[in-house]
Design a binder for this molecule. Structure first.
Ligand code: PGA
Length: 246
C-alpha cells in the first residue's frame, strides 16, 4: 500500500517570519494520515530543520547541483542539503526545465546526486499546453522518464517519487480533471511496470498543478494518484492542511 505524500513547494516565496509561522502551524496540526513534506527556499532550510525537529513533517530543497562540490558559484550540493537535515529534493521542476534549460540528462545527474546523499528525489514531468493539444502528452512524459527508467537500479527507485505536473495547470488555477490526471498517472505506472512489477507497485506518483482543498479529494480517489505537489496553496497553512486532510 502506497502512503499518500503531500509536498508543499514554496518556490521563491515567504520570508523568515512567514516561514516560521507556516512551519509552526504545520507542526501544531500534527497530521499523521499521510506523509507531509515542505520545500522552502534555500535560506530557510535551517529554520525548517529547527522548527520540524520533533515533527513528522519532513523538509527538502527545490533543486540541487549536478556536481558534488567545487567551483560552482551559486550552486548548492546534495550533500550540503543532507547536512542541514533535508531528506528530499525536487528535481526537474518545469520552471527549471524552462527557465534554466534543464535537460533530461542533467536531471538524471541531479537525481543520482540526491540518491547518493541518501535523500529522496521528487522528479517532475509534464507536458505543455501545446504538447497536450498536439496529442503528445503521454509521449512527452515517456521521453522525460526514459533515462531514469533505463539508468536507475531497483534499489535506487525506492527513493524516487514521480510528480506529474502538466505545465498548463501550474499556477494557472486550471487543475487537470481527475480523469485527465489518472490517464497520465496510469500510463506512468505502466512504464514502471515494464521495468519491474514491484516498481509499479511501490513508486509514488504525485499530481501537481493548481491543487486546492476543493479538488484534492477527487484527485486522491484516483487509483494511481498517490498525493500532490502543491505550489500556491502550500503557502496558506489552513488550505495546505485541508489538502493533507483530504
Ligand atoms: P501550483 O504549483 O500548485 O501553484 O500550480 C505546483 C508546482 O509547481 O509544484
Amino acid at each position: 500500500m502506497r502512503r499518500l505524500l503531500i509536498a508543499g513547494n514554496w518556490k521563491m516565496n515567504a520570508s523568515m517570519d512567514t516561514s516560521s509561522a507556516l512551519l509552526s502551524e504545520l507542526v501544531n496540526a500534527d497530521i499523521r494520515a499521510c506523509d507531509i513534506a515542505v520545500f522552502p527556499p534555500f535560506p530557510y532550510l535551517a529554520l525548517a530543520a529547527d522548527c520540524l525537529r520533533a515533527s513528522t513533517v519532513r523538509f527538502g530543497a527545490q533543486d540541487c547541483s549536478d556536481q558534488a562540490s567545487g567551483a560552482y558559484t551559486g550552486e548548492v550540493s546534495a550533500e550540503m542539503l543532507r547536512d542541514v537535515g533535508a531528506s528530499m529534493v525536487i528535481v526537474g521542476h518545469s520552471e527549471r526545465r524552462q527557465r534554466h534549460a534543464e535537460t533530461d540528462e542533467l536531471i538524471l545527474e541531479k537525481v543520482q546526486r540526491v540518491l547518493a546523499a541518501d535523500m529522496t528525489a521528487i522528479v517532475c514531468v509534464g507536458e505543455t499546453l501545446s504538447q497536450r493539444q498536439a496529442g503528445v502528452a503521454e509521449q512527452t512524459v515517456t521521453q522525460q522518464l526514459s533515462l531514469l527508467l533505463s539508468q536507475l537500479s531497483l534499489v535506487q527507485w525506492q527513493r524516487v517519487v514521480i510528480a506529474y505536473e502538466p505545465v498548463w495547470a501550474i499556477g494557472t488555477g486550471e487543475t487537470a480533471s481527475p480523469e485527465q490526471a489518472q490517464a497520465i498517472h496510469g500510463h506512468i505506472r505502466q512504464l514502471l511496470a515494464q521495468v519491474a512489477a514491484p516498481l509499479a507497485e511501490q513508486t509514488r506518483i504525485l499530481y501537481g498543478g493548481s491543487v486546492k482543498s476543493a479538488s484534492a479529494a477527487e484527485l486522491f480517489a484516483q487509483p494511481d494518484i498517490d498525493g500532490a505537489l502543491v505550489g500556491g496553496a502550500s503557502l496558506d497553512a489552513a488550505e495546505f492542511l485541508a489538502i493533507c486532510q483530504s
